[in-house]
Write a protein that binds this ligand. Sequence first.
Ligand SMILES: Nc1ncnc2c1ncn2[C@@H]1O[C@H](COP(=O)(O)OP(=O)(O)OP(=O)(O)O)[C@@H](O)[C@H]1O
Length: 288
Amino acid sequence: MDRVTASPDTRAIVVDDVSVDFPPHGISGAHRAVDGVSFSVGWGEVLGVMGESGSGKSTVARILAADHLRRAGQNVAPSIVGGAVHVNGSAVRSMRRRSLPVFDFDVAFLRQNAADTLEAERTVAEIVAAPILERDRRYDRATLDVRVATLLDELFLPLGTMSAYPYELSAGQRQRVAIARALALDPKVLIADEPTAGIDVSVRSAVADLVERRRRIGDFAAVFVTHDIDLLRAVGGRVVALHSGSVVGVGSVDGLLESAEHPYLTALAHAVAPPARHENREARRTSP
Ligand SMILES: Nc1ncnc2c1ncn2[C@@H]1O[C@H](COP(=O)(O)OP(=O)(O)OP(=O)(O)O)[C@@H](O)[C@H]1O
């Protein structure tokens, strides 16, 4: 199991013995979604988080992005009831809502189903540029256009997409627009919940490649919550496996599948193709 050895300041993310509850609501009682989870992510590292449905992956992602502090309509917010979470040097458990704008400047959150949350009345260019203009209304328009075009290009979206509205795009294209929006401010930390949902196999490698580019430049770290074993293989690095809110394994994705450390991993190993047969090589070969 991954032990937290470094101080919070020297790692991009430190999660130390964290437990998270959903408070009682309606006829449901309080529910422990994350139970004593520890892991850390170094600068220059991309960590995968996998686990079956309901294992606590999205809750971990929400906590890392300080999403529990945001107003979310009727949605019940999770609460950190034990342990400590540091992201980019911020102590998330004791953070106040008023600190979110500063926190969000460096920490981007691609939430689950982000493709469905694109503003319907805005063009793709307006959607991707929005986080930049929210920071600086007077941002130079020509520079902004180049920035948006570059991001879309990185995600294999044609330039013509800039003037399109979300409803004119496929689900996979909308997801790529959501990824571009998450990267618009050049975040130091990216928390991505199911980033490749709906994305075609042929462009999955684009997501791995853009993360790899940022990783190599340094001062960047990411957490990918995903069911997508091929994405985890393409990204490389360590993966944390969750089951019922607890960590049941840490290692490379194929190391974990081979380890059979937990019945969940054994079942998964039987369900997925071995690395030699996965299509990622194909995708990499066809990517520009
Ligand atoms: N708003 C909520 N209110 C109460 N319980 C919740 C809420 N959201 C999630 N849970 C519960 O917390 C646990 C962890 O859920 P979570 O969404 O983090 O799992 P997950 O691994 O991301 O699942 P999936 O892969 O289906 O997205 C589950 O038992 C879930 O039912």
